[in-house]
Ligand binder design. Sequence first.
Ligand code: ZN
Ligand code: FE
Length: 256
Amino acid sequence: MADFEIHQFLCLSDNYAVLLHDADSGVTAVIDTPEVAPIEAALEAKGWSLTHILNTHWHPDHTGGNLELQKKTGAEIIGPRAEQAKIPGIQKAVGQDDVFDLGGHEVHVFDVPGHTAGAVNYWFPNDRLVFTGDTLFAMGCGRLFEGTPEMMWTSLQKLMELPPETRVYCGHEYTQANAAFALSVDPGNTDLKARAQQVDETRAAGQPTLPTTIDLELRTNPFLRPAAPGLQKAIGLEGAAPVAVFTETRLRKDNF
Ligand code: ZN
Ligand code: FE
């Protein structure tokens, strides 16, 4: 087992796909398949052969390339058990507490309902990596299309418990817009102000703002900070339960 080589690149307008390659086993996995052409181009540029597809949830901007890539490469498709009827070509269905091997690397599965009802995230504890799909974004979280705020808050708490140094790869480059919203509900957060400034510079240079880390999100992501007094005060919910603060924060983001 080697360290993973990791290659992140844009697909469609603002989706990311990520390739993980283990040189010893020859395993190459893609996390989500927004679009075939950029994934094929990335594989070709790296000289890697696709062996696995890991889907975080059923939305077409995460699974749209499944069937064509499977047909062309024979890659095995792994996805959420609770959404298997909606995941094109799925061969291995996984869910909460499942652990599987990917080229000698241990993968732990979390159920993270909220954005969709059956979404999963993939945690690689020994590689200190997590793939959060549309559940956790840099300074944001996914819209609640199929789940309740309570479900999403429970899902996000699973991610909050990961080691702080864990690198977080997300499904979209939404960071700059998320930062603007975050500042509106957590205006006294100095870490957030510094990060927002840095994000503006990164985007002005045309660079990705991801991956992030659990530590950075705990300090700057308003959706992980419903217990923070400054945030509670800014939205008029001082002393409220975290789930109530999270619910109000998510509602405000929907209308921002
Ligand atoms: Zn989605
Ligand atoms: Fe998406």
